[in-house]
Design a binder for this molecule. Structure first.
Ligand code: SF4
Length: 82
């Protein structure tokens, strides 16, 4: 069983592999009716990739994981880039 995490975990308590796995599973579990279509999803992520606020998958403007936010039709860039 992997170590649990929370927003207040310290890095030394953080199981990064388990966290990334959970994020990917959450993206995959997004219901089809709520999910961004694949072309728009890729376009959103390319905008993030070119953005100086992206760091290791996290948006430094809002603290979200961009791949998780971009996967939802309702997701928005806090700077209106998508
Ligand atoms: S969500 Fe917006 S501000 Fe954040 S990294 Fe992506 S493009 Fe940049």
């Amino acid at each position: 069983m992997s170590t649990r995490w929370c927003l207040r975990c310290l890095l030394r308590e953080f199981d990064e592999q388990a966290y990334v796995k959970t994020l990917k599973e959450r993206i995959e579990r997004t219901p089809a009716r709520e999910r961004t279509d694949p072309a728009a999803y890729d376009a959103r992520l390319e905008v993030c990739r070119a953005c100086d606020r992206l760091e290791r998958g996290t948006c430094l403007a809002c603290g979200c994981y961009v791949e998780l936010r971009a996967a939802s039709k309702r997701g928005r860039c806090p700077y209106g880039k998508w």
